[in-house]
Structure formats: structure tokens, C-alpha cells
Design a protein around this ligand. Structure first.
Ligand SMILES: [Zn+2]
Length: 166
């Protein structure tokens, strides 16, 4: 259970209390064994733990603007697979991504712009949504060699829905 919990939360089901968080903080203090890893954007609206009401110790999360992959992202996720036993990595891109918009307007720094421009070229469209979705596919491809299952989603902020991409 990782992103699966999103549908329950979306239906209004689930509770995560301060007491739950403190209890889990104590229970996981000595070691962590997360059920999955998540790579998503730093956007304040796309917090995977909150969208799934996940507690401490459940998700190994890497967040970077535009959910692009560079060496630090790759090594962070590699650590989760090799040292924490993570077997599933979720990639979540999202609608109205500021990093994608900045890259399309030529305002993003090179490490972010490089992958987004590749996504724009592959999407063959100037539509931000098309580029955001293609960007998820590229990120998934870059993580394939890590030895975990990689699954990509697109988060629609308006509909509050996760769409499977790859
Ligand atoms: Zn974003």
C-alpha cells in the first residue's frame, strides 16, 4: 500500500492524527522499511504523504522541481532500492507544473530545462499537459535500471485524480 491509499483519501476515508505520527516516529526511530519510493515535484500541492495520508516510515520520498532525474535523484532512489529493500518506485508528474512552464518559457535552470525540453520535443506539442505527461515517461525510463518496478502517474490538480501514464 502506497499510492493505493489515494483513492480512499479522495473518497474522504482515512484519518492520520498527531498521536499516530508521534507513535510511528517512536516505532521507526531505530530503522526504516518503507513500502515504496516516490519521486515527485516539489510543488506544495503535490505532497505524496498527505495525498495518501501516509505515516512516517511508509514512503521514501524524493522531491525535485519538475520531477526530473539527475545524479542526486538517481543515487537517492538507488539507495532506497539497494539498502531499504524498496521494490516499487512511483513517479508523479502534475498539471500546471511551474518547472515545466518555466522550461517552456526558457526560464528554467539547465538541469531542469534539459529534460523538459526533451519532453517537449518528444510530445511534439506545446501543450503543457502533453509535456508534463511526456516528462513522466522520460523520468520512468531513466529509473528503469534501478532494479525496482517503476510506475508513472499524472496528477490532475483540478479533478484531484491520479492517471496512470506508464
Ligand atoms: Zn511541478
Amino acid at each position: 500500500m502506497c499510492l493505493e491509499k489515494f483513492e480512499e483519501v479522495r473518497r474522504g476515508v482515512g484519518v492520520l492524527t498527531a498521536r499516530d505520527v508521534v507513535e510511528r516516529a517512536r516505532a521507526t526511530a531505530a530503522r526504516q522499511a518503507p513500502r515504496c519510493a516516490v519521486l515527485t515535484c516539489s510543488d506544495s500541492r503535490v505532497a505524496p504523504e498527505l495525498l495518501t495520508l501516509s505515516n512516517l516510515g511508509e514512503m521514501f520520498v524524493v522531491r525535485v522541481a519538475g520531477n526530473v532525474v539527475d545524479d542526486l535523484v538517481l543515487y537517492s532512489l538507488k539507495f532506497a532500492v539497494e539498502n531499504l529493500g524498496v521494490r516499487k518506485i512511483y513517479v508523479i508528474g502534475h498539471k500546471r507544473c511551474g518547472a515545466v512552464a518555466a522550461a517552456l518559457e526558457g526560464r528554467a535552470p539547465p538541469p531542469i530545462a534539459q529534460q523538459i525540453k526533451e519532453a517537449a520535443a518528444r510530445a511534439g506539442s506545446a501543450s503543457p499537459e502533453a509535456v508534463e505527461i511526456e516528462n513522466v515517461k522520460i523520468t520512468c525510463e531513466k529509473l528503469k535500471g534501478l532494479g525496482a518496478e517503476v510506475v508513472g502517474y499524472y496528477y490532475d490538480l483540478d479533478a484531484v485524480e491520479l492517471q496512470r501514464i506508464c
